[in-house]
Every structure is written in C-alpha cells, then in structure tokens.
Design a protein. Sequence first.
Length: 307
Amino acid sequence: MTPPPFDPELAPVIEALRALRPSLSRLDEIPGRRELNAVETRTVEELAAAYPAYRVTEEYAGEVPLLVMRPAGSKGVLYYIHGGGMIAGSHRGQDVRNLLAWAGDLNLTVVSPGYRLAPEHPYPAPFEDCHAGLLWTVENCAGPVVLGGISAGGGLAAATALQARDRGGPALAGQLLLCPMLDDRNDTPSAVDLDGRGLWDRTANDIGWTAYLGDRRGTPGVPAYAAPARAEDLSGLPPTFLDVGAVETFRDEVMAYASRIWLAGGEAELHVWPGGFHGFDSLAPEARVSRAARAARLTWLRRLLGQ
C-alpha cells in the first residue's frame, strides 16, 4: 500500500531530523539514543530559572523521583509521563517543556515521574514507578488530576489509568494520550506500511517493546498493564483525549483504542492529524498542523476542567 504523504511544512523537517537522528535499528544503539536525550535534560535549578511562575522541586515517591512544578493558585494537576520508547528520556527533559509551551496558561501543577528504563528495568518496573508517582500526586497535590503522557509515556499513562479503574481509584478527571505506544504486537497496517519512515518506525518499535517485555513481546498473554491494547475491557475509563499523526507507526493502534472506548460506552476524543509524523508538533512547532494539534488539546483540557 502507498502511505499518505507528510504535510508540506513537515516534510523538510522530517528529512533533516532523519539525517541527524536515524530511527533505532538495534538494541546496542540504546546508549547512543540516551546520550542524545540527555542533552535535553535540565536540572531543577535550570527549570526554576526558566519558569519563574512555578515553584519547581524534585520530590520522591519512595525511590521514584518526581519533577513537581507548582504555579500560584493551582487549579488542578497534570500528571504527565515522558516518552522515549521505554528505553530513554527523562522527567526533566524536553517533553515537560513542550507541554508547558501549550498548557502553561491553564495554571495546573505539573508532576512528571522519573520512571526506570528498559532493558535494565523491564516491565513491570516502569509501570510500577508511574503508579507510585500517581499515588504521591493524589496525596500531595490539590484539585482534579488529569493523567497524561506522550509516546511511551502515553502507553504508561493508559496502563496506569486501567489499574486505577481496576482498583477503584485514585479518581482521575481524564486521560490525555499523545501519540501513545499501546500495542506490543506491532502488526497494524500503519506499522507495516510506514516501516522505514519517520523517527520511530516498526523496527524501532520492536526494539522498544523487546527491551520492555523481552521474549514475551508479541506473544499471547501479555498483560494489559504492559500493553494497554491487550485490555479486553475498556469500559469505566475517565474521559480520554487521543491524538496521533496520520503518517506514523502508532496511527492504527490509537484509532483502534479510541474505537474500543466508544464501543464500551466511554467518552473519547480522537484526532488524527493529516501528514503528521511521530511527535511532529514538538519538532516542528510553527507548522499550521502543529498549532492546530496544540489548540485541540488545550480546548479539550479547558472543557474537561471547566475553564
């Protein structure tokens, strides 16, 4: 099948980025990917200086570090889990700064967990860290809690929401899943047809899931808390926002997840952005489709929180 084209404003960006940062192709490339991400990591002091409207601290849920950014007169909490394919990234990396660029005027406290990374710490370690951080957040921050994340963080957020539902709490106002990594089987049409395109293709996705699940990847019996697309029942979840690019590996699994929430009687808002690659709005923020994507998320959050 012929895949859809990249958006005209995004096409030159993705070509330049692929030249600088080719998609992951082997497990032994993980350290190099982490080094690239480490360049984007900031200290608490640097974040405090960059965001003077927030009181920035690092707290701990047991041994799990949490970046906590509290504005004066906070109106709620966004518990936000960073991306990185389960193998890279940081709670003090670029993901939180990208988030604040479009959600900063909502006056929400932002809490981001520094979960352990695979393959050194495979499932369930990252998932357990995210759950521990959510419990700390509910206990220590006032107001409604929206659980969110991007890419691998979106998948971890979806898994954490499933566990909160299954255990009868903590209560969540909503879940915000941005291009989430949901399905270890990696066999949808978008995964197959777009292999070799974008920054996170089917090959890279296999590596990320293998690091996280080992030999269990793609086999029967993978639990829903490891790969949320495996959940048999998607009823009882909080209102959900999902978005994804039309030209990325995760497109079809995100669409299927939204459809299954609707079929279970739940509330979901889905956006599939024409011509978008994985993470397009943070990597090409001035493109018109990127501005539209951020505006849609902001509108949903305002409506959800009554702002």
